[in-house]
Design a protein around this ligand. Structure first.
Ligand SMILES: NC(=O)c1ccc[n+]([C@@H]2O[C@H](COP(=O)([O-])OP(=O)(O)OC[C@H]3O[C@@H](n4cnc5c(N)ncnc54)[C@H](O)[C@@H]3O)[C@@H](O)[C@H]2O)c1
Length: 162
């Protein structure tokens, strides 16, 4: 297990434990940082993996999709190699991939453990793992500047009130 380096706030704390605002300067925000991206093999997570690597971060990818995760990890290591002064200790890899199913609590714990052992610290964690139920498309492809003026359906809100 990872030993906590600082006092851990109570788990029922109403405020967020950490907040991160990268602002406009991604290079300054990400350079040499260690980012764990859970669900980073595809989609939004994969885009973030590349954005972080491009800006100098070391990224640990955790995902259930081993094929895509390993392929992305290799792509990033090739595209953004890590250089260091040979007189200094070697830097950790640009990316590493670990298969993890986030519905399995123990798999999540061991993902954090392995990331921490590889990189000796974790600066940021982003979780984009998930999937949409088939037929439940929340993203309205037809939305445009005109249709957004129309009030949305309140069908779901009425359902909640009942
Ligand atoms: N893309 C959109 O427009 C949109 C809109 C609303 C909500 N979302 C939600 O945001 C999240 C990310 O969206 P996306 O478009 O990048 O999806 P995506 O399907 O492209 O990527 C999701 C990633 O999560 C991984 N994953 C799924 N279940 C997992 C599990 N149990 N353990 C570990 N990894 C798992 C998948 O393997 C995949 O790599 C999803 O939860 C999605 O439902 C997306």
């Amino acid at each position: 297990m990872i030993p906590p380096s600082e006092p851990v706030p109570p788990s029922n704390s109403a405020s967020a434990l950490t907040q991160f605002f990268p602002g406009g300067n991604f290079k300054e925000a990400f350079d040499e940082k260690v980012v764990l991206i859970v669900g980073g093999a595809n989609g939004i997570g994969a885009s973030l993996v590349e954005l972080c690597c491009q800006n100098g971060a070391h990224v640990c990818i955790g995902d259930i999709d081993t094929t895509e995760g390993e392929a992305l990890s290799k792509k990033c290591r090739d595209k953004w190699p890590v250089y260091w002064d040979p007189a200094l200790p070697p830097k950790p890899p640009r990316t590493s991939f670990y298969t993890a199913d986030i519905t399995d609590y123990q798999a999540v714990v061991s993902l954090f453990d392995r990331a921490f052992r590889t990189y000796k610290r974790i600066d940021h964690v982003v979780v984009t793992a998930g999937s949409m139920e088939a037929g439940n498309n929340w993203f309205d492809q037809k939305l445009n500047l005109e249709s957004v003026q129309e009030p949305p359906s309140t069908k779901d809100i009425r359902f909640q009130k009942k």
